[in-house]
Design a binder for this molecule. Structure first.
Ligand code: UDP
Ligand code: MG
Length: 321
């Protein structure tokens, strides 16, 4: 694809009307000062305030402003997904709408992608202006994400300010609440040159955070687990479940044989032979065999499902000659 602009800025937003004019002016200032051709894609994620009117006004006066309006609130990931689909720039930069991310970072992010050859550069809010209740869990979250994803050089997976080579955003699918793990998605899609840049962070100027509450951590961890699982075994469920199932079944079976043999031996040699059901090993053996069978079946079902999946043969092909 021939890129139409140097940069596409994708801004997902939910009820951020007050911030938008200032954000637009700031981005434009930076772009013009650096001579970039650019577009700004505002993705209005079902805002209930004036956000869409503001975007309409901006786009009437400025040809570089594009807008996508969701009929209802779907979440930040779907908003990014649609922005990514629409983006036509050589480099795509995502940015929160709340003025917490600074457009002044754009030129250096652009340089890192185009000159240093990064596929993805994530912002790192080293000094954050968020309440402690947010920063401490975030540290934990990032440590786990680093371990699971194997991307050890990232401090801040969930920073809204990121830059991508265009191919990256066209080849990843950000769904559900997966925006927290975009670097991991990119890595799983084969884009491994992932870097980080320390960025300025500011306190929210207008409105309040859209991600309050504890359940974002619970959901965050569950998402991480599914990603990890999908990436490690998604294409070959039988390899995990089948292995575990067979192993458990075998142990259970051997234990059964031992329990049975004991009984027969006792009977044959005339020593007192208690009922097999009075031995705890009997129950352990039984449970192991049942669980083993179930795991095996789960693996087999998983295998059937993944064989029927529509995208089972979607591989990332970088080049063909
Ligand atoms: N956002 C969105 N859809 C939502 C929630 C948030 O598009 O359902 C946008 C929000 O408007 C902002 C960005 O995602 O531009 C980050 O949200 P926020 O600033 O509330 O998150 P925080 O900085 O507190 O983590
Ligand atoms: Mg914010």
């Amino acid at each position: 694809m021939e890129a139409k602009y140097d940069i596409s800025v994708v801004v997902p937003l939910f009820n951020e009307a007050e911030s938008l004019p200032e954000l637009h002016a700031w981005i434009s200032r930076v772009m013009q000062a650096n001579g970039f051709t650019y577009e700004i894609i505002f993705v209005n994620d079902g805002s209930t305030d004036e956000s869409w009117q503001v975007i309409e006004e901006l786009s009437q006066k400025n040809s570089e402003v594009h807008g996508i309006k969701f009929r209802r609130n779907y979440g930040k990931s779907p908003a990014l997904f649609c922005g990514f689909k629409a983006a036509q720039g050589r480099v795509v930069i995502t940015m929160d709408a709340d003025l917490q991310d600074s457009p002044d970072e754009i030129p250096e992010l652009y340089r890192m992608i185009t000159e240093d050859g990064y596929d993805l550069v994530s912002g790192y809010k080293q000094k954050r202006y968020d309440p402690l209740s947010k920063t401490i869990p975030t540290k934990l979250f990032n440590a786990t994400a680093r371990k699971v994803s194997g991307i050890n050089n990232l401090h801040d997976f969930n920073c809204g300010l990121k830059a991508y080579r265009c191919e990256v955003v066209k080849n990843i699918e950000v769904y559900g609440e997966m925006h927290r793990y975009i670097p991991y998605l990119a890595k799983n899609a084969g884009f491994s040159k992932i870097g980080e840049k320390v960025v300025q962070h500011q306190a929210r100027k207008f409105g309040k955070t859209k991600f309050g509450g504890l359940n974002r951590f619970v959901n965050g961890y569950l998402d991480l687990l599914s990603l990890w699982f999908l990436n490690s075994f998604g294409l070959k469920p039988m390899h995990v479940f089948g292995f575990l199932g067979s192993l458990m079944f075998a142990i259970g079976f051997i234990a059964c044989v031992i329990v049975g043999a004991n009984k027969l031996y006792a009977l044959a040699s005339g020593t007192p032979a208690p009922l097999v059901t009075s031995s705890p090993y009997f129950y352990i053996a039984l449970t192991m065999m049942i669980l083993g069978t179930q795991l095996f079946v789960a693996g087999f079902l998983g295998e059937l499902i993944s064989r029927n999946a529509e995208n089972r043969n979607n591989y990332q092909i970088e080049k063909e000659i």
